[in-house]
Design a protein around this ligand. Sequence first.
Ligand SMILES: NC(=O)c1ccc[n+]([C@@H]2O[C@H](COP(=O)([O-])OP(=O)(O)OC[C@H]3O[C@@H](n4cnc5c(N)ncnc54)[C@H](OP(=O)(O)O)[C@@H]3O)[C@@H](O)[C@H]2O)c1
Length: 326
Amino acid sequence: MSLACRLTAFGFKPPALTVENVPALEPGAHEVLVRMLAAPINPADLNVIEGTYGELPSLPCTIGNEGVGVVERVGASVSGFAVGQTVLPLAFGTWAEQMVVPAESLVALPEGLDPLQAAMLVVNPATAWRMIHDFAKLEPGDWIVQNAANSGVGRSVIQLAKALGLRTLNVVRRAELIDELRAGGADVVVTEDTDLRTETLTLCGGVLPKLGLNAVGGASALNVANALCAGAPLVTYGAMGRQPLKIPNGLLIFKNISFQGFWLRRWKKSAPPAEVRATYEKLAGYLAAGVLHTPVHNVFPLDQALEAIAEAAQEKRSGKVLLRMS
Ligand SMILES: NC(=O)c1ccc[n+]([C@@H]2O[C@H](COP(=O)([O-])OP(=O)(O)OC[C@H]3O[C@@H](n4cnc5c(N)ncnc54)[C@H](OP(=O)(O)O)[C@@H]3O)[C@@H](O)[C@H]2O)c1
């Protein structure tokens, strides 16, 4: 038997979410049995539990969208993975001591990484990396503007942009985060009450950003859109403020701003497997080199997953809440 966090109904109704013993798993011929080490609790996990996410699993199921583990056993036809090797499962069901993953959905990691940091590589750094690369042609020195800049994605954008020679204009809703983000590589950090329509040219030294990233919606998204240069995209990837975007006609007519969306799950399904693997190998290199780092707010053992979920649902955290399996 092994422990797993199981969901039997949507909507945060106890006992719809339980941590329970499930039968020990066996890998099929093309599968790998992974002993999980750690997994974070992301906003999307909360949306899955409440039943509001864009794609919902069939119930009952073990939940969790990312994490890190080590190979415990390989199926008879699997090559390229060895027992004890650290791996990233690109599969659902990570909040468990064990999971069975098709070999083609595993990425081998370099040894020696901090398991908590490695557990957070699949979702947020990859979202940041793809959004930086897939929507605008950016050259070193170009600016990106984003809201929710202290979020996991926001910090990855800051760190990866810095490594690529790009500059970031960052919006946060808490002034106490300004110095911390600047120390972490952010070029400019302002609070939500800064009018980017009038202030951006001054803040960015006379040029306007070529890429906008929005994880909030509502007035915050419009503020970010107002900072952009003509023809630039505003990419929406999150809706933390739960307010719709209201787009003034002028942003479309006079500035030709394009409003687009990004969903990592769509990219993982539609991108060539080689691109997906190359993205994670690149990001693992950045993690090993110390370029990527996500602050940790708290770590809970798996059998305290319900307490961990309640803490992850709180605003104004100092980082991610994670589950540690062993
Ligand atoms: N589309 C995709 O593929 C994709 C991939 C990854 C993440 N996401 C989405 O991106 C967003 C951020 O995820 P994450 O894991 O990086 O988040 P996170 O690390 O958990 O941080 C949450 C962020 O949202 C901010 N926030 C919360 N409520 C807010 C509100 N009402 N108004 C403004 N800001 C608010 C928080 O600010 P405080 O610290 O001040 O509370 C914090 O910056 C989520 O919506 C997530 O679902 C989407």
